[in-house]
Design a protein around this ligand. Structure first.
Ligand code: S3P
Length: 422
């Protein structure tokens, strides 16, 4: 019998909100304080980059103080900016850099240098930015030259918060209004935080518009817990019989809560307790008890609301009764790894019958999981998914890079031990 999970856990701060806090604090005037900041490798990359841009950022664990010099207070970096493994840093910061009066270059690790940047280069070009991929392959390193930006109405082919945010941030420096329309709603943390800092921003259905040159003023932001990190405990407590846990302080923003809807559609037992608002974001504690899960269909406009949780949803599907189909998730192919391939390969190694498709996968549930050597591709979400899978396996599960979890959840294994009562 697998060991059940019990107790209360507080998950680390939301990664998307932590990045945005660093960025907006850096281009606002005055002091910004972040409480509950995610002290993971990705968000540290954002801190390092904005320090290179001359911003005074003091970190004490999950408490951050940023002394911003206003929209035009950044300084030319002496060296190439290194975003590490962080796509959010690369894409959002490019929007800010495109509007500066100095040249800059950015790059990142091997994974970042393979991830598509044309999705931000194209709209930024349309705004008049001079930004190019150094190797001409649409990927980082990117070189950005100063130029005057003009506002555009951008019809984005992707439901991507990174694209939307990059264009809106460039819009702060443009002449005239900038708007972005998406095919489906992606996470809206930029919109909420920009408004709190004083930006003039209007949302109308799938369109967000921003006016240039606002007076952004430093804020105190309390970062809620990351639902993408909570997802591993939601899944683990749901699939391991006899489990009963409370996950505290989880951001349940409706553009991020797809996992709750899909888990419940699969039969999961999740209660939201003590709902309240923290720094413009809805938050609740989640009470999760194990349940008999059944297969479902995951597709359509819910996909951007759970895009980072699909690996662990696929694991829940493998443990559920019946078949689950995941579709419309082509974006998984261009995350930190090709997550369709990573999931199909590793679930198959554990004895699950799963077929990859162009934009998702079909999973036959109900198999018993066997031990396997897991190839994480240094992808934090693949590592955490299979660490959870190992709890149900009938043999040893070996992860080739367990430490990559520190990208988004440095205390992951400690939390796991705590929930197992170890
Ligand atoms: C993020 C947006 C999502 C998500 C990523 C973080 C953000 O990417 O997968 O982990 O903070 O804006 P896309 O916007 O590219 O879908």
């Amino acid at each position: 019998m697998p060991q059940s999970l019990h107790g209360r856990i507080r998950i680390p701060g939301d990664k998307s909100i932590s990045h945005r806090g660093i960025m907006l604090g850096s281009i606002a005037r005055g002091m910004t304080e972040l409480f509950g900041f995610l002290d993971g490798a990705d968000c540290r990359s954002s801190i390092a980059c904005f320090r290179q841009l001359g911003v005074d950022i003091i970190q004490d664990g999950d408490h951050i103080r940023i002394l911003g010099g206003g929209l035009h207070g950044l300084q030319q970096p002496k060296e190439i900016l290194n975003v590490g493994n962080s796509g959010t840093t690369a894409r959002l910061m490019s929007g800010i850099l495109a509007g500066q009066s100095f040249p800059s270059s950015l790059t990142g690790d091997a994974s970042i240098q393979r991830r598509p940047m044309t999705r931000i280069i194209d709209p930024l070009h349309a705004m008049g930015a001079r930004i190019r991929s150094r190797r001409d392959d649409g990927c980082a390193p990117l070189d950005i030259e100063p130029s005057a930006l003009r506002g555009i109405d951008y019809l984005s082919p992707l439901a991507s918060a990174q694209v939307k945010s990059s264009v809106l941030l460039a819009g702060l420096y443009a002449q005239g209004k900038t708007s972005v329309t998406e095919p489906a709603k992606s996470r809206d943390h930029s919109e909420r935080m920009l408004r709190a800092f004083g930006a003039d921003l209007i949302e109308d259905g799938l369109t967000v518009s921003i006016s240039p040159n606002p007076d952004l003023t430093g804020q105190k932001i309390h970062v809620p817990g990351d639902i993408s990190s909570a997802a591993y405990w939601i899944a683990a407590a749901s699939i391991i019989p006899g489990s009963e846990i409370i996950i505290e302080n989880v951001n349940i923003n409706p553009t991020r809560d797809g996992i709750l809807h899909i888990a419940r559609a699969m039969g999961a037992d999740i209660e939201e307790i003590n709902p309240h608002t923290v720094s413009q974001e809805p938050v609740a504690d989640l009470f999760v008890r194990s349940a008999e899960l059944h297969g479902t269909r995951v597709d359509g406009p819910i996909i951007p609301r759970l895009i980072d949780e699909i690996p662990v949803i696929a694991l829940m599907a493998a443990c559920a009764e019946g078949e689950t189909t995941i579709a419309d998730a082509h974006e998984l192919r261009v995350k930190e790894s090709d997550r369709i391939e990573s999931m199909v390969k590793n679930l198959s190694a554990m004895g699950v019958s799963v077929t990859g498709t162009d934009d998702g996968m079909v999973i036959c549930g109900g198999a018993s999981l066997r031990g396997a050597d897991i190839v994480t591709c240094h992808d934090h979400r693949i590592a955490m998914t299979f660490a959870v899978a190992s709890l149900l396996a009938d043999g040893p599960v070996h992860l080739d890079d367990p430490d990559c979890v520190s990208v988004s959840y440095p205390g992951f294994y400690r939390s796991l031990q705590l929930l197992l009562g170890q």
